[in-house]
Design a protein around this ligand. Structure first.
Ligand code: ADP
Ligand code: MG
Length: 491
């Protein structure tokens, strides 16, 4: 009995290519399948391998799950896969009929085949539920045999699962579901009739990116990719987007539906990972740089001090300038030192309220002079975290200084400290010039500055300090509205 099983498996393996080519030749329904660059003999080989194993059913399920996934990722339409698997099952039945096997063995093979096919569908669905639904919707449209009920069912399925819009050929929104309103923060009334592209344009992609989307739609191709859009409140969000154009009888696309998934969190995680990588690279560089430069600087400084004392008026003036310049380099180097020895300083208990008060006192007169009201509200005065007081002070000095510099005409800077037994949260908010999405993307990059006399190190250093304190930093900003930095530390 078991032998019979394995014997069949061997035969199947031997004749897989023959079976596959016969299947393709004899069945019209499979001709579609050859368009896709997939090895159509694989299912036969999978089945053979499963039959040869000790546990054919789970084996077959696992292997065909892989097959289903691959089909979904190769964007094979659902109906093509369905046809293929139908023919595949038929050819297995024919194969069995030609063999002199016991009924029991034949039944087992059929069972394994059934499980395999089921498993393919399940995985395929999971991996391309949206595309599959959309393809079906489209093929039903094209074949003009859609019933109202079918349309409703499909629409409901899409409505619940995804962010979903229908747009006409001029990219005007004809329908948007609730989830789309949620993510874009526009009501359905606000969305109706608006140009999808202009309304949500974020400035994060270049013109070629959008040109490629338009080209695909025009040619009736399904487009899939990740798009960064802007919501009504100015916040950016990322969506994994599939756009399916619908063609009329003249081959012109008259509308397209777009199915989206919110991947903002995934993108943020990727970004912070990239930032962290960049920073650790800079760290290595900075470590070398800081040590190399600091020693000669000390010498030059001492030398210049003596020179200054003993020379004529002009020389004194020059040396004063030189000293100031060196002081500036020294300052940059000190900033970079944060990267060189992250664990050099032992952490002690630090009272955040004290640190914030201290930082705002240092900058109070500068703020006042510039017509800025700097207020701090401390809701959790006893919050203590493990850290380095000087480094933490440096973070708040940097943030408040940036806030002051964002308010050339005066305004407000608010500092909040809240916390519980797990987390401490500090907000530094200003109603200054704010930042564009493009600027926000570059924040924390070394030497990125928009100021004439800036050095673009403050935020990078602050990111690093916060990171060594196991904290996190979030930024929200809108041009001409202001900026909010939210820092969270574990307590
Ligand atoms: P620098 O202050 O020397 O330019 P930073 O690293 O401190 O360097 O800041 C980098 C850039 O981030 C600034 O040049 C500015 O464009 C932007 N920025 C930082 N904080 C704010 C803020 N509160 N408001 C507006 N822009 C800000
Ligand atoms: Mg700064």
């Amino acid at each position: 009995m078991e032998n019979e099983y394995r014997l069949l498996a061997e035969k199947l393996e031997d004749s897989h290519s023959q079976l596959a080519s016969r299947l393709m030749a004899e069945n019209d329904c499979c001709s579609n399948f050859s368009e896709f660059s997939f090895n159509n003999t694989l299912p036969f080989r999978y089945l053979a391998a499963a039959l040869a194993s000790d546990e054919p059913v789970p084996e077959a399920e696992a292997m065909f799950a892989g097959f289903g996934k691959e089909m979904a990722l190769s964007k094979v339409p659902f109906h093509v896969l369905k046809d293929y698997l139908y023919c595949f099952k038929e050819s297995i039945t024919l194969f069995l009929e030609a063999e002199t096997t016991s009924v029991k063995t034949a039944m087992l093979v059929v069972k394994v085949t059934d499980s395999a096919v089921k498993s393919t569908f399940t995985t395929f669905r999971r991996f391309q539920k949206d595309s599959q639904l959309a393809n079906r919707l489209r093929s039903l449209y094209e074949e003009e045999r859609i019933t109202l009920k079918e349309l409703k069912d499909l629409k409901n399925a899409l409505k619940e699962a995804t962010i979903f819009t229908i747009t006409d050929k001029n990219d005007k929104i004809r329908y948007a579901n609730e989830k789309f309103s949620e993510i874009t923060k526009y009501s359905s009334e606000e969305l109706a009739g608006k140009n999808h592209h202009s309304l949500l344009y974020s400035g994060c992609h270049n013109d070629e990116f959008y040109a490629e989307i338009r080209r695909a739609i025009k040619n009736g191709e399904i487009w899939n990719g990740e798009i960064c859009n802007k919501a009504k409140d100015g916040s950016l969000f990322w969506v994994d987007t599939t756009i399916i154009p619908f063609m009329d009888s003249e081959g012109e696309s008259y509308q397209h539906i777009s199915i989206q998934h919110d991947i903002t969190d995934k993108k943020k995680a990727e970004e912070s990972l990239q930032k962290a990588e960049k920073i650790s690279l800079i760290g290595e560089m900075a470590a070398g740089l800081a040590h190399e430069i600091r020693n000669p600087l000390t010498t030059i400084k001492g030398f210049m001090q003596i020179l200054g004392n003993f020379s004529e008026d002009k020389k004194t003036l020059y040396s004063k300038t030189v000293l100031e310049e060196i002081e500036r380099i020294n300052f940059i180097v000190s900033e970079l030192m944060v990267f060189s020895r992250p664990h050099a300083i032992p952490f002690k208990d630090c009272c955040l309220a004290e640190i914030i008060e201290n930082a705002s006192e240092i900058l109070a007169s500068e703020a006042e002079f510039k017509g800025i009201s700097l207020t701090s509200r401390v809701r959790a005065p006893k919050t203590v975290i493990a850290g380095d007081k000087n480094q933490l002070t440096q973070v708040f000095l940097n943030l408040i200084k940036n806030a002051i510099e964002s308010l050339p005409l005066g305004g407000n800077i608010d500092l909040f400290l809240t916390g519980d037994h797990e987390k401490a949260r500090i907000i530094v908010a200003d109603n200054g010039i704010g930042m564009s999405p493009v600027q926000l993307e570059r924040l924390g990059e070394p030497f990125f500055t928009t100021k004439e006399t800036g050095n673009g190190l403050g935020l990078m250093v602050s990111y690093k300090i916060i990171e060594t304190h196991q904290g996190s930093l979030l930024v929200e900003s809108e041009p001409n509205k202001g900026t909010r930095f939210v820092i969270t530390f574990p307590v």
